[in-house]
Design a protein around this ligand. Structure first.
Ligand SMILES: [Zn+2]
Length: 337
């Protein structure tokens, strides 16, 4: 059985090797020689560890959700995250980031976009809310908190905040469905947080069907402090040709940066309800939206017939930002050809 993280690692290894070999990417490397050296080390390590890990990954009878989305070896995972954080570019935000919209597709295709936001976080951050869509089969009606006490990734354990249990009692929250305890929309964000925020408590909220963003925002708002971060985990369009995806995603990004809830609600972003909840919180807190980075999978995989779109946007406080001017790097990627 091939685990999803093995696909990710093998793909990332290939990606790093291709980049080391002057693969044309929208992301410029500062030092190609050093990058090539690092990439060979990362690729070799990742493949070797993946082979070992195949026989050691077992389900654990513990309250923690152990992940299937990344390698079990901490050194390999740390190297991947560090590599993404150092390679990521995108627009520099103004003000302090209180909210982030980040993709969760996979570290090869969307990790570089997520990293562009994570590398700009202002510390300290003591509590992180992650709102993510439910991808499992069978529709879940309502929001839920995974029935676990902590998450465990290869980089360590992340305790759930006591706020999670309090929220789970609120109207609109339902019991976690049987089977999947959690979802990649939450788990793909965790190693980034462990690498950048380090120590924090987590409030993971899985957002199913029929969740009312205004209500959910109202339930979260009393628990927000100056040392909180809210992440809305979402990919954008999926399955369009390269150029068309840019155009479809541009419409979604414009809806987010202009607080156009109606247009967003009919968008193809899998986490549109999570994004709308963050937008409502940002509206009430007067946080300003800023686009940090946009790419679709065609940039990294070179497969351009059908791509998935990814954006990283921040909601910042502390400094008023006028308009919705797109960052040069991000707007270049959004241009249709
Ligand atoms: Zn998704």
């Amino acid at each position: 059985m091939i685990h999803r993280w093995q696909v990710i690692i093998l793909s990332l290894a290939g990606f790093l090797l291709l980049r080391a070999a002057n693969f044309t990417s929208p992301l410029a490397l500062n030092n190609r020689q050093a990058a090539a050296k690092e990439s060979r080390a990362a690729a070799g390590g990742a493949v070797g560890k993946a082979a070992v890990a195949q026989s050691t990954t077992t389900s654990k009878a513990s309250p923690e959700a152990s992940s299937r989305f990344y390698p079990p070896d901490p050194l390999t995972l740390r190297l991947i995250i560090q590599r993404l954080l150092s390679a990521a570019s995108g627009a520099k935000v103004r003000g302090r980031i209180f909210g982030l919209i980040c993709p969760h597709h996979g570290y090869l295709s969307s990790g570089i976009v997520a990293a562009a936001g994570y590398k700009q976080l202002t510390l300290p951050i003591k509590r992180v809310f992650i709102l993510g869509p439910v991808h499992q089969k069978g529709k879940v009606s309502g929001a839920f908190i995974p029935a676990i006490k902590s998450y465990r990734t290869p980089l360590g354990e992340i305790p759930l905040s006591s706020i999670a249990a309090k929220l789970s009692q609120q109207p609109g929250f339902v019991a976690p469905p049987k089977g999947e305890a959690t979802d990649r929309s939450i788990e793909m964000q965790l190693p980034f947080l462990q690498q950048t925020v380090k120590s924090f408590e987590l409030v993971p909220i899985l957002v199913g069907q029929k969740v009312e963003p205004t209500t959910l925002a109202r339930q979260i708002l009393p628990y927000l402090t100056e040392e909180c971060l809210i992440i809305a985990s979402s990919d954008l369009s999926e399955g369009y040709p390269f150029d068309q995806a840019s155009s479809v995603d541009q419409k979604t990004i414009k809806a987010i940066t202009s607080f156009d809830f109606k247009t967003l609600s009919s968008s193809e972003a899998c986490g549109r309800a999570s994004i709308a909840t963050l937008m409502e919180i940002a509206r009430q807190k007067q946080w300003s939206p800023q686009l940090i980075e946009y790419q679709n999978s065609g940039y990294t995989t070179r497969a351009r017939k059908q791509v998935a779109g990814f954006a990283c946007l921040a909601f910042c406080g502390g400094e008023k930002v006028g308009g919705e001017k797109l960052a040069p790097q991000a707007s270049k990627n959004l241009k249709t050809k």
